[in-house]
Design a protein around this ligand. Structure first.
Ligand code: SF4
Length: 217
C-alpha cells in the first residue's frame, strides 16, 4: 500500500488540534504541530512553541525562528521550506518555561508518530530539551556537532537553539555562535549529500572528519 505522508500527517495534526492530554491545552491559543517538507532528509526539533507560534499555529516564526531561517540560508545554504520543523511539545508552556517531564511524556507520541511518517535520515535537535529527549545527553556544549543513534537508521545531530544565540552575539572562535556556524555548515553539507541519495553512514563519517579537521568539535 502506498502511504501518502501528507494524509497521515494531517490525521496526526487533527488529533493534536483536539488534544487535552496535559494542562498546556488550558492556556494555548493554537496548537503548533509542525510544518515543512515531508520528504526532507532533515527534520529540526526544538523545545516548544513561544508566543508568536501560539498566536499563529506555526513553528519558529518569532525572533528565534527568524534567526534560524537566516542561519539556514546564510550558513547552511538551505531554504526553510526544504526541511520539516517541529517541537517536543505542541502547545506553548506558559511564560515559555521548559515543559515538565509529564507534559513531554504526554506529547511525545505525536512527535514520534510524525517521525515514523516522515522517516528523516537525520533529526537536528535544537537546544537542551530536544537533545536530552533524543540522545539522553545532558551537556549541549559537549554534545553539539556530533551524531547519535535514535531508532532504526535515524541519526540525530545536536546543535544550539536559536533563542540561546539571540543572547550570545559573539562570533569569536569557540563561542556558541561560532559553533553554530560550524554546525550549520555541516548541516548544509549533510543535507545536499543526503538529497543526492548518499548513504547515511558515509555522510556521518565524512561530516565527523570535516568537523575534526575544521575544529568544529
Ligand atoms: S502539549 Fe501535547 S499533550 Fe499537551 S495538550 Fe498540547 S498536544 Fe496535548
Amino acid at each position: 500500500m502506498i502511504i501518502n505522508k501528507n494524509t497521515e500527517l494531517e490525521a496526526i495534526k487533527k488529533t493534536i488540534s483536539k488534544c487535552e492530554k496535559c494542562s498546556l491545552h488550558l492556556t494555548r491559543n493554537n496548537v503548533v504541530p509542525g510544518e515543512g517538507n515531508v520528504d526532507s532528509p532533515l527534520v529540526f526539533i526544538g523545545e516548544g512553541p513561544g508566543a508568536d507560534e501560539d498566536s499563529s499555529g506555526r513553528p519558529f516564526v518569532g525572533r528565534a525562528g527568524k534567526l534560524l531561517d537566516k542561519m539556514l540560508k546564510d550558513w547552511a545554504g538551505i531554504n526553510r521550506n526544504d526541511i520539516y520543523i517541529s517541537n517536543i511539545v505542541k502547545c506553548r508552556p506558559p511564560k515559555n518555561r521548559v515543559p515538565t517531564d509529564d507534559e513531554m511524556k504526554s506529547c511525545i507520541q505525536y512527535l514520534e508518530s510524525q517521525m515514523l511518517v516522515i522517516k528523516p535520515k537525520v533529526i537536528v535537535t535544537l537546544g537542551a530539551t530536544s537533545m536530552s529527549y533524543f540522545t539522553n545527553k545532558k551537556k549541549i556544549s559537549e554534545s553539539r556537532g556530533k551524531f547519535y543513534d535514535w531508532y532504526g537508521n535515524i541519526k540525530t545531530f545536536v546543535t544550539f537553539h536559536p533563542s540561546y544565540l539571540l543572547r550570545n552575539h559573539s562570533m569569536e572562535k569557540g563561542s556558541p555562535r561560532w559553533y553554530s556556524y560550524m554546525d550549520m555548515r555541516a548541516i548544509g553539507v549533510m543535507f545536499r549529500a543526503l538529497q543526492k541519495g548518499k548513504n547515511i553512514n558515509e555522510v556521518v563519517s565524512a561530516i565527523n572528519s570535516r568537523m575534526k579537521e575544521s575544529g568544529g568539535i
